[in-house]
Design a protein around this ligand. Structure first.
Ligand code: PLP
Length: 362
């Protein structure tokens, strides 16, 4: 069906799979005979319990999450995790952070309020256009964890190989690449992702945390900020974001139905290639990231001037390709091509940019 929808290249909130939106529409007025919408439903009802249980189970199957990891649905977005992580995981009061762009920087700022932060590697010297070599870092013995942002949404860089943590716990912000490719959960102590980038509606974060990292000696910490609270209550210590849990659950089922994360990954590779091949052949547009570290999800690029950048943004918007303006901190343009962006969307954008280039170069 044609809904006259735009190809939305927003970095988040972002597109969701159309079949999922259609299912949600169909269940809006009366969810499976319950007589109500999920938005109106008690989180203590049997119907909702089944929704949250299935969402967790489907996510576990999709990612192959081992039994000794808890899956938590917490409010406050990914941003609250910048604080909850050091508050809960700093036992010795020390953690290693790798600085690769805007989001890891924010996490560092918050962690410093809680304990000692060792920035063991940074790509600041080249304006965060690559991932530093982290195969042999100096990691203090008493480090509680090593923290990375696995895909920097604003700078468009991604980790192809996880850092060598020398046996320490790895914590990863996967917000803008969650479920974009297979993930070996046991390589991590904790993974978290704000869902509005690659999964569902805003206002929730998925936390996948190894059970032994959940502490019960943090009684001085506000109860809502303890992972234990959320783990013990099955993510329902208070009213959870029922709507986001419901929508995300549908996306998990959708991903299973297309064949899982291997299939999704291949599609993402094919899709991003369309854009990168164009950037590499264009004389007007240039990708800003070193090829080896290019994100499959967020593709920043520039023209020779700010004026031309702005002109392209306006022209694409008028043509039905929305949200291509780069983040205000870096400028230029950025195409976010998350799981739900169809390949046709990227192909159409590239055709448009090619035409723009032809018309604007003599
Ligand atoms: C968007 C984003 C965040 C912040 O997410 P909120 O849900 O808005 O708090 C954190 N980390 C990364 C990598 C992001 O892309």
């Amino acid at each position: 069906m044609n809904y006259n929808r735009t190809f939305n290249f927003s970095a988040g909130p972002a597109m969701m799979p159309e079949p999922v939106l259609e299912e949600i529409r169909d269940e809006m007025m009366n969810y499976r005979g319950s007589g109500m919408c999920v938005m109106e439903m008690s989180h203590r009802s049997k119907v909702f319990q089944q929704i949250i249980d299935e969402a967790e189970q489907d996510l576990r199957e999709l990612m192959g999450i081992p039994d000794n990891y808890k899956v938590l649905f917490i409010q406050g977005g990914a941003t609250l995790q910048f604080s909850m992580i050091p508050m809960n995981l700093m036992k010795n009061g020390k953690a290693v952070y790798i600085e690769t762009g805007a989001w890891s920087k924010k996490a560092i700022t918050e962690a410093k309020k809680v304990g000692e932060v060792v920035v063991a590697a940074s790509s600041k010297d080249k304006n965060y256009t690559y991932i530093p070599d982290c195969s042999d870092l100096e990691i203090p013995e008493d480090t509680d964890y090593v923290y990375i942002c696995e895909n920097e949404t604003i700078h468009g860089v991604t980790w192809n190989k996880l850092p060598n943590t020398k046996g320490h716990v790895l914590v990863s912000d996967q917000s803008s690449m969650f479920l974009s490719k297979p993930c070996n959960v046991s390589d991590y102590g904790m993974i978290y992702a704000g869902v509005q980038k690659n999964v569902g509606p805003a206002g929730m974060v998925v936390v996948i945390i190894r059970e032994d990292l959940i502490r019960d000696d943090l009684t001085q910490l506000p109860i809502y900020l303890q992972y234990k609270t959320h783990a013990d209550a099955g993510s329902m210590y208070n009213t959870p974001n029922c709507w986001a849990i419901y929508c995300c659950g549908k996306v998990f089922k959708y991903l299973k139905s297309i064949g899982g994360l291997e299939v999704m990954h291949q599609r993402n590779i094919d899709k991003a290639k369309v854009m990168y091949d164009f950037l590499d052949s264009s004389r007007m547009f240039t990708g800003t990231v070193e090829p080896e570290f290019r994100s499959l999800m967020n593709i920043p690029f520039v023209t020779e001037s700010k004026e031309l950048d702005a002109e392209v943004v306006a022209a694409t918007k008028a043509a039905g390709y929305d949200n291509l303006k780069g983040h205000k901190s870096v400028g230029g343009l950025r195409a976010s091509v998350y799981n739900a962006m169809p390949k046709e969307g990227v192909e159409a954008l590239v055709e448009f940019l090619k035409k723009f280039e032809a018309e604007h170069t003599a």
